[in-house]
Design a protein around this ligand. Structure first.
Ligand SMILES: Cc1ncc(COP(=O)(O)O)c(C=O)c1O
Length: 454
């Protein structure tokens, strides 16, 4: 019997609206608070950084938010993305499990990040903004926002975590090819960057530091520039729900429904985008899918962090968000999954974890790369190191099924390809990848610097 490898939708099947889980939460999200007054922040606090349309989406309780036509038109460049049945991976693992993956690597920039880059730039353009700033970890977000900025005619300044700037020179070239300016972070360009360099001259940077620099560049521009964040915030996760909504339709075409859905978590956006529509089906329709978030052992905010109010950035300039955090001053080891090196996690994902609606697990990078290579040899796609965390857990689940003889349905999100991450694969093949032990002392020190919120 010939196998069906892909479940494809037509352009007319791209979702017309984003799904907002806030409308269906059993308990509302804790408010974001002002670090000075410790009172919930209002739209005016965010207005120097974000356009009003996105601030509105951040706090909206509407279940569905319509996707504007120019955004849908841009989505049509690559959406809907395929859902694959990983037949060859199943055979390689000799598992009775059925494995599916949603392939977000087919976007022009190679990852899911474009799903939110496009609407974020669009809403800024609608409100007359001409220039944006942002940070990027692995360079996937920077290249996505650079493409979107080019698409809608805005200029863009990207602060790229220094270790990624060095490890991934071609992501940097890609950002430049789309016309954006890219600076290694920490840099001499901002107070935040200079303060870090003074304390740690050899700092390899982190997402938290790069966020501080990009926020400062926008906040000190006299209103000329706004800031754009590629993960963590509610509106970002909401834009990403196109992934899960399409997947639900595609699973229906496949005639199956997942027992477990899996995604890697850095700030929480690809996991949220893929998993949240399945969480809704659990909450609203009584489905029983397990929902699994996968993080790196070098930065295990969900599995080892504390659920408290903390800053989103290293320089302690953002509003305070309640999240599982390792402390804003914690700087994760320079693992190759640069997009997962974040001290905190999206408040929405943390809320779900706190309510026990999702599970979490952490992996070291060597077994993650082993899983990436197993996947690449079976399915042909070289995954991004971040996405390989989800693959590692999908393989673990499939092997669990092999042991128990259970035929479960496993679906994971392949958030991006690793074509610009081959130096990481080289290090893996040369046995140069370090499995950094959980940095208990550094986390303890960082947690001691948490803001005091009663
Ligand atoms: C391919 C890929 N997957 C996952 C992530 C992690 O981010 P998030 O948790 O926001 O999806 C990144 C971040 O850079 C990424 O580039």
């Amino acid at each position: 019997m010939s196998h069906r490898f892909k479940y494809l939708l037509g352009e007319e099947d791209i979702p017309r609206s984003w799904y907002n889980l806030q409308a269906d939460l059993p308990k509302p999200l804790p408010p974001v608070i002002h670090p000075g007054t410790l009172q919930p922040i209002g739209p005016d606090d965010l207005a120097p950084l974000f356009p009003m349309a996105l601030i509105g989406q951040e706090v909206s309780q509407e279940r569905h938010i319509e996707i504007p036509e120019p955004v849908l038109e841009a989505y049509r460049l690559w959406r809907p993305t395929p859902l694959h049945r990983a037949w060859r991976l199943e055979q390689a693992l000799d598992t009775p499990a059925h494995i599916y993956y949603k392939n977000e690597s087919v976007s022009p920039v190679g990852s899911h990040k474009l799903n939110t880059a496009i609407p974020q730039v669009f809403y800024n353009q609608q409100e007359g903004v001409k220039a944006l700033t942002t940070e990027t970890g692995a360079g996937q977000w920077g290249s996505a926002l650079a493409m979107a900025a080019q698409y809608f005619g805005l200029s863009l300044e990207v602060y790229m975590v220094k270790v990624s700037y060095q490890q991934k020179p071609y992501r940097r070239s890609m950002i430049q090819a789309y016309g954006a300016e890219v600076t290694p972070s920490p840099s001499e360009k901002t107070h935040a960057g200079r303060a870090i360099l003074e304390k740690f001259p050899d700092s390899t940077g982190s997402l938290g530091i790069a966020i501080s620099e990009a926020v400062e560049a926008a906040a000190s521009s006299g209103g000329k520039k706004k800031y754009s964040l590629g993960s963590v915030l509610n509106h970002v996760l909401m834009h990403q729900t196109v992934i899960g909504e399409e997947s639900l339709k595609q699973m229906e075409l496949a005639g199956e429904y997942p027992d477990v859905v899996i995604g890697c978590v850095g700030g929480g956006s690809n996991f949220g985008g893929f998993a949240i529509p399945f969480v809704r089906e659990n909450l609203v329709r009584g489905k029983k899918t397990r929902v699994l978030a996968v993080e790196p052992m070098a930065s295990p905010s969900l599995t080892k962090g504390q659920y408290v109010y903390d800053f989103g950035d290293t320089a302690a300039t953002t509003p305070l968000m309640k999240m599982y955090t390792l402390g804003h001053s914690f700087i994760p080891a320079p693992i190759h999954a640069g997009g997962l090196r974040y001290h905190g996690m999206a408040p929405l994902i943390c809320h779900l974890y706190d309510l026990k609606l999702i599970e979490a697990v952490a992996h070291h990078q060597n077994p993650v790369f082993e899983a990436a290579v197993t996947f690449a040899r079976a399915e042909g796609i070289i995954p991004a190191p971040e996405a390989a965390h989800a693959i590692k857990s999908a393989i673990d689940e499939a092997l669990r099924c092999k042991k128990s003889g259970k035929r479960e349905v496993i679906a994971f999100n392949l958030s991006g390809h690793g074509h610009f991450d081959m130096a990481a694969y080289d290090d893996y093949f040369a046995k140069k990848l370090e499995d950094y032990e959980y940095p208990a002392a550094a986390v303890k020190a960082a947690l001691a610097e948490l803001p005091k919120v009663s």
